[in-house]
Design a protein around this ligand. Structure first.
Ligand SMILES: Cc1cc2nc3c(=O)[nH]c(=O)nc-3n(C[C@H](O)[C@H](O)[C@H](O)COP(=O)(O)OP(=O)(O)OC[C@H]3O[C@@H](n4cnc5c(N)ncnc54)[C@H](O)[C@@H]3O)c2cc1C
Length: 317
């Protein structure tokens, strides 16, 4: 079932979880171990992130270097299918521009459609680890909106091969990313919002936000989205802080602020076990306030912290 239909049919805020494919070699059991304790909360759907290949330089025995392409977390499409099969729950694979030609994208979309997957979260993806800024694959998309238009075309039965006519289209419900604290490359919030609005006008049905730790940032974002004519569900993305190190890692990686009240409490902690307690309490308070405000879905970035998320959701519902 489509995310947007889950939202339309819901009588109360839904819960969704986001997971990463396991590191290569860990096996699908890593996903099941992670998800088993979360399934009692009846998530409406589960998102699975996509991770592009990286280039590394490997030293040869003669001292020269060889460029090697590695993918640490492959298998997004197959993991979605495995999760649907095991838990009978809908999945939302993330689909990115980076590393894909438009032909690769079409093939990936067809694979997802054949697997019975009705949803995609359409993203540009970040720069590859060895690049300073995002570089599209030659013959690939530069911005998420271009990828989104390809999905919409395929939904309308328009394939890359123009001679394919009167064929069955796909049926994807499309979500896109939104940034309550602005995407880091955008010159200002209004410009970022105008590109977000373009994605909605092109067919996106809901927005999932970057993580945030201050609900005011989310509420302000919803308000300016509405003022800009964006009237689709804006699903808050939520994550617990569980280590002291994240006080610097999260702002550096995701360009998000950590409120002083929270960072002060975390700085007082002696161990990461203490940080986890503070982070969970904060997440619970954020979730309660968002739930009360009437959000359609609470979307949790689980990032390997099953027990923390499980404790928070248990107290919330
Ligand atoms: C909920 C969520 C899930 C994510 N999951 C993944 C994942 O699974 N895998 C992954 O690699 N990354 C993921 N990301 C990270 C995401 O790929 C990055 O944040 C990326 O830098 C931007 O993606 P986007 O889809 O927002 O890009 P875009 O919408 O393309 O925007 C990128 C930048 O370009 C600007 N822009 C947009 N359109 C145009 C245009 N037409 N002309 C000029 N400028 C434009 C925007 O303002 C923005 O600054 C996720 C992010 C979020 C919020």
């Amino acid at each position: 079932m489509k995310v947007i239909d889950h939202i339309k049919q819901a009588k109360a805020p839904l819960i969704s979880f986001e997971i990463l494919p396991p590191l290569k070699g860990k096996g699908i059991s890593a996903i099941y171990n992670h998800l088993d304790p979360l399934m009692e909360f009846k998530p409406a759907y589960i998102n699975v992130t996509y991770h592009r290949s990286e280039h590394i330089f490997k030293k040869r025995s003669d001292g020269s270097f060889e460029k090697v392409v590695i993918r640490k977390r492959p298998g997004t499409e197959a993991i979605c299918a495995s999760i649907m099969n095991r838990y009978n729950v809908d999945t939302v694979p993330h689909l990115i521009c980076g590393g894909f030609t438009i032909q690769d994208t079409e093939d990936a979309l067809l694979t997802l459609s054949y697997l019975g997957i009705d949803n995609v979260l359409v993203l540009r993806g970040d720069a590859a680890k060895n690049e300073t800024s995002f570089e599209p694959e030659p013959g690939g998309h530069k911005y998420a909106i271009e990828l989104l238009r390809q999905v919409v075309n395929l939904n309308n039965g328009i394939f890359l091969e123009e001679e394919l006519k009167s064929v069955n289209g796909t049926k994807f419900s499309i979500g896109v990313a939104g940034y309550p604290e602005k995407h880091f490359e955008a010159p200002n919030m209004q410009t970022d919002l105008s590109y977000l609005k373009d994605k909605i006008d092109a067919g996106a049905e809901y927005i999932v936000t970057q993580m945030f730790f201050d609900n005011k940032k989310y509420f302000d974002f919803v308000k300016i989205c509405k003022e800009s004519g964006i009237n689709i569900p804006i699903i808050p993305g939520l994550k617990p802080i569980t280590t002291k190190k994240q006080l610097s890692v999260l702002p550096r990686t995701f360009y998000v602020d950590i409120p002083t009240e929270l960072s002060n409490e975390i700085l007082k902690c002696k161990t990461d076990a203490d940080v986890e307690i503070i982070g969970a309490e904060w997440l619970l308070e954020q979730s309660r306030e968002l739930k009360k405000s009437g959000v359609e879905v609470l979307h949790y970035y689980t990032l390997g912290k099953t027990h923390v998320i499980a404790n928070v959701v248990k107290q919330l519902i």
